[in-house]
Design a protein around this ligand. Structure first.
Ligand code: GAP
Length: 456
């Protein structure tokens, strides 16, 4: 019987560590805030999610051109886009401990909605209401804090060598607009897409892999004729929905939220955020923004290179507008894990935890066991079956540790859809038992039929 338990963030963190999905970054040195490392199962889950995005947003379509661009970019990129002056978060400092807080988060914690407020509005409210830090100390003025990480190129470390770790993958696509146009000659509308790392010096990283300093984005810049942006905006919103449902996420936990003018990013004329019911509440998972010609026009002006599209039909030049669907990889991993986390109680009254992952997302598709570890004829046959499946499918695991019940529990917790057991009957007629993760049901099937289970 499935128990309708909403997992807490602690449940997810504990499972991720216990079973090798996600570890604290640089753990043996006490960690580094906002960084996490992926273990063998986490890396496979991430990859499976990325592959699904890639298929739906890139390889299934003929109008999308994938790129993979450098993390370090000419600093003029970030001056042109307004990130050097404007990629800020409102920050307030505890005057005693010097600990820094996001001013908008502090207001939310005090049941004040910061939507639509600028820095001076937040400053005024914090002072009027005499709000204190989490350590109950007085707070300083609210200031803007630029979130871009800076580093230096070359040996000299002066202002002229300052470069930034990209805070979004998007600009790699905008600066390659002309390259794609000149080499592939696409017609509008067309998109440039990539999956890649981005870096943000978050004031308060936290909530496990939700708010990070090093993250990965799956982004597409879809270039459209300025008169047709609404059509493409709606198409991309539909595509985002289709993608989320294809991951098996519960529809009722997905929310599309129209963002008001004052809360939109500086470049956006319309934004619809995708929010999800995470264990920490309804929060942003992705977004869709109508970036107009903001980026191409800013880069044309700043670089002196004409970033225009020549419309053969009307024989006119046009600066395309851009619609941008984006998702964070780690937030998607968290959404998938927290949605799949289930508990049930068996006939003996024992609770089991299992990950009800879609088969195509599960890190391992099959686990193969010999019924008994100390019978060479069983282990020999089990290894044979395992190695054949491993060659054909790849993500298959062999387990002969402890008793069969414990092996089932282990595989359930990592979301393996099927466990295959080799027993004495296998030696006689080449049949095995196959157990379903979600129902616990077991069937006897032929060895040849095992891999059909992936398409059922
Ligand atoms: N190019 C547009 C852009 O970067 P964004 O809303 O700032 O838009 C896109 O970021 C997505 O990246 C977010 O919806 C979220 O999933 C993810 N993301 C942003 N900041 C993040 C952070 N600090 N930690 C984890 N994921 C983050």
């Amino acid at each position: 019987m499935e128990v309708n338990k909403k997992p807490s963030m602690e449940d997810i963190v504990s499972l991720c560590k216990r079973r090798g999905f996600v570890f604290q970054g640089s753990e043996i040195y006490g960690g580094l805030g906002g960084t996490w490392d992926y273990g063998p199962l986490g890396v496979q889950l991430r990859y499976n999610i990325q592959q699904k995005w890639w298929k739906m947003f890139v390889s299934e379509r003929e109008d999308i051109f994938p790129v993979s661009t450098a993390i370090l970019m000419n600093p003029n990129v970030w001056k042109a886009t307004g990130h050097v002056g404007g990629f800020n978060d409102p920050m307030v400092e505890d005057l005693k401990t010097k600990k820094r807080y996001r001013a908008d988060h502090l207001l939310e914690e005090n049941n004040i909605d910061p939507k639509g407020m600028n820095v001076s509005d937040m400053d005024k409210i914090i002072k009027e209401r005499k709000l204190l830090s989490q350590d109950k100390n007085a707070l300083g003025d609210v200031r803007q804090f630029n979130m871009m990480f800076q580093t230096q190129t070359g040996a000299a470390s002066d202002d002229s060598s300052t470069v930034y770790l990209r805070p979004e993958t998007a600009q790699g696509m905008f600066v390659n607009f002309k390259n794609v146009l000149d080499t592939f000659h696409p017609k509008l509308p067309f998109g440039i897409a990539q999956i890649g790392k981005a870096f943000r010096n978050e004031i308060a990283p936290g909530n496990f892999i939700f708010r990070l300093r090093e993250l990965e984005q799956m982004e597409m810049e879809y270039f459209v004729h300025p008169d047709k942006w609404e059509e493409s905006f709606n198409e991309m919103l539909e595509l985002q929905k289709k993608f989320l449902l294809s991951l098996g996420l519960s529809e009722e936990k997905i929310h599309f939220v129209e963002i008001g003018e004052t809360d939109r990013a500086h470049y956006s004329k319309r934004s619809v955020d995708t929010e999800f019911d995470f264990p920490i509440g309804q929060k942003e998972l992705g977004g869709l923004a109508y970036r107009t010609d903001h980026d191409l026009s800013s880069h044309s002006k700043s670089s002196g290179v004409d970033l225009v599209y020549f419309d053969e039909e009307t024989k006119t030049k046009v600066v395309p507008h851009c619609v941008e669907p984006t998702f964070g990889v780690e937030r998607m991993v968290l959404a998938v894990l927290s949605d799949a986390y289930k508990e049930d109680v068996d006939e003996k009254g024992e609770t089991r935890i299992f990950l009800k992952l879609n088969k195509d997302l599960a890190p391992n598709k099959f686990a193969v066991f010999p019924l008994l570890k100390n019978k060479p004829e069983l282990t020999k046959k089990a290894r044979e079956v395992f190695l054949t499946l491993k060659k054909e499918i790849g993500n298959v695991v062999y387990d002969d540790n402890a008793n069969i019940g414990k092996r089932y529990r282990r595989q359930d917790e990592i979301g393996t859809p099927y466990c295959v057991t080799i027993d004495f009957e296998t030696l006689e007629n080449d049949t095995v038992t196959i157990r379903d993760r979600d129902t616990g049901e077991q069937k006897r099937i032929k060895i040849d039929e095992i891999k059909d289970y992936l398409i059922v």
